[in-house]
Write a protein that binds this ligand. Structure first.
Ligand SMILES: [Zn+2]
Length: 576
């Protein structure tokens, strides 16, 4: 790792700053961690959690709705000082004619905005979006009213509760944008997050990946790669929007190595700088999987996994898969695409593959993407796409999947489907189809961080994330029965939540146990980040509120009688 900071120095941050809530004079409480008594806070936070849970329940990401809906970003609960964005969605699939809506806070005298309905997000739902609209700094805490008017009629009126800034959670106080510039990259992050704590490792990872990817692709981008590490899971943990955004989160519901996500996005980014011709999405994603050695993990046996997809009966003809690539089952599409690129390289060699890939021409008039690909395959290699597909399948038969490969593929799909079901129902801002994506160029100059750092954080959300985390860890170490057990609990929990059950974890043994631990840790002034349920007794990496983002190891209570809070250890653990 080499480099020097520009724009912003290494952030000035100390535990002292963190312990004292800004401008509050809560000296007796917050200056001295050892005498910290969190009970009062626990009650307030529990109330906030309840409110947030209710808020989230009304914001489910169905593709069609029966009445007007207002989604507010970032996710609540909202505090004075947040900058809120509006997303208004009309009933049905669209509205003819005049498609402008007016949004107003506290009518008749409050601020108003006007926006036009248009297709929005990956799911292309109809919505009128006003990003970073309402600056609440200086607003009164308490209830506000938001109204939406369409063609002169009020079509929606919604209450919005703004909490005083003094109740803002510890994890959000004083968090700021920061960046570190190395020879290759501009690494952007948020202070007081896990990225700041682990920055040296992340910088080294980023540099190594950049060097490897540019060398393998023979592309010199001629500019620094911008990569933003954020502590919020959005989609599956990585996305490219001119810049790379990668989730780095202690309580990651997904526990794949961060290097893998960085590698995948880096391939897209480097390619975007050096390759300008048309390429079908199937090959673009296949290339990222192939070069990074797997979709979510390195060293995946791409051919055996694709054969497992065949065996499972879920293999899609390439001419079908390649049209609307993102609309097909996500994990299986990426396995097939990765195997396809690996096969093309195996058969024709990297040089010929790359020459073909970098000289593809866009579809002609009336031609579909796959027809264009097929025509150019035939011109270059004398083989249509369908013929290539037949050869690929025959080739896969020579790399038969083991029973473990097949089960691994099935569990991969189940795990990530469960994650998306959780996001769709309980965290729609993170669900890829309707995701609320942060925009650095808008947010950084205005000092807005919340959209990138805040996740819904009720006890139920934490429980669901910890269940997914256990499923992910079990999957990574190849313990498929255990992975399935946790996945099934997540599915049941999400279903019960969607049905509006009061205690959705009631019949789920692991969820019940985890939720008890979440509440216990919360009452003791910490947030569970990672469970080690196989330790005896079970233990957890916990982020004490007053020491974030440092982690401590706490032994978890196994009986109702052993629920005392752990003695402050002073011991700080750093491993993830
Ligand atoms: Zn990708």
């Amino acid at each position: 790792m080499s480099g020097k900071p520009i724009h912003r120095p290494w952030p000035r941050f100390s535990f002292q700053d963190r312990r004292r809530p800004v401008g509050e004079g809560r000296k007796g409480v917050s200056n001295e961690p050892r005498s910290f008594r969190p009970e009062g806070w626990a009650i307030v936070l529990a109330l906030l959690a309840l409110l947030a849970g209710l808020g989230a329940r009304s914001g489910q990401g169905a593709s069609q709705i029966s009445r007007w809906q207002l989604r507010i970003h970032p996710v609540g609960p909202w505090y004075v000082g947040d900058v809120l964005s509006w997303e208004v969605r009309p009933p049905g699939s669209g509205l003819p004619g005049d498609a402008r809506v007016q949004i107003q806070v506290d009518p008749p005298s409050g601020p108003q905005w006007e926006a036009t309905l248009a297709a929005w997000g990956i799911d292309q739902v109809q919505a009128a979006v006003v990003p970073w609209a309402w600056e609440t700094d200086g607003e009164a805490p308490g209830v506000h009213v938001v109204t939406v008017r369409y063609r002169g009629q009020e079509v929606l009126r919604q209450r919005l509760y703004l909490f005083p800034s003094s109740l803002r959670p510890f994890s959000e106080r004083g968090v700021a944008w920061a960046e570190w510039v190395t020879a290759c990259c501009q690494v952007v992050y948020f202070t007081q997050t896990e990225t700041q704590r682990d920055l040296p490792e992340l910088l080294a990872t980023t540099e190594a990946v950049y060097a490897e990817v540019t060398q393998r692709m023979s592309v010199q981008p001629g500019q620094r790669a911008v990569i933003v590490f954020l502590p919020r899971l959005l989609g599956q943990g990585g996305f490219l929007a001119g810049e790379m955004w990668v989730t780095y989160r202690d309580r990651g519901p997904l526990m794949e190595p961060v290097r893998q996500i960085v590698y995948h996005e880096m391939v897209h980014w480097v390619e975007g700088k050096g390759v300008k011709n048309w390429r079908p999405t199937m090959l673009v994603e296949g290339l990222a999987v192939y070069l990074s050695g797997g979709h979510y993990r390195p060293h995946e046996p791409l051919f055996r996994r694709a054969h497992a997809v065949l065996q499972w009966g879920r293999y899609q003809p390439l001419s079908v898969l390649g049209e609307d690539f993102y609309q097909h089952q996500h994990e299986l599409s990426y396995i097939q695409a990765g195997a396809l690129v690996a096969y093309m390289v195996e058969r024709w060699g990297w040089e010929r593959f790359w020459a073909f890939y970098t000289s593809l021409e866009a579809p002609e008039q009336g031609e579909t993407q796959m027809q264009a690909l097929s025509r150019q395959l035939e011109a270059r290699f004398g083989q249509t796409l369908d013929a290539l597909d037949r050869d690929l399948r025959a080739f896969l038969e020579q790399h038969p999947a083991t029973p473990e490969d097949l089960e691994d593929v099935r569990v991969t799909v189940a795990l990530y489907e469960a994650l998306r079901a959780y996001q769709k129902a309980m965290d729609p801002d993170a669900y890829y189809g309707t995701a609320w994506l942060p925009q650095r160029k808008v947010m950084q100059p205005r000092g807005i961080v919340t959209d990138a750092i805040r996740s819904p954080n009720t006890a139920l959300h934490q429980t669901a994330e910890l269940l997914l985390q256990q499923a992910s860890l079990a999957w990574l170490r190849g313990d498929y029965p255990e992975a399935r057990r946790y996945v099934e609990e997540v599915e049941t929990l999400v279903d019960a939540y969607r049905r509006g059950e009061a205690i959705p974890w009631e019949r789920l043994p692991e969820a019940r146990r985890f939720r008890r631990w979440v509440a216990w840790a919360w009452g003791c002034g910490g947030e569970l980040q990672r469970l080690d349920v196989h330790a005896d007794p079970p233990r957890a990496q916990v982020r004490p509120w007053w020491r974030a983002p440092e982690l401590e190891t706490w032994v978890l209570p196994t009986t109702d009688r052993s629920r005392a809070c752990p003695a402050p250890s002073g011991e700080v653990t750093r491993q993830r």
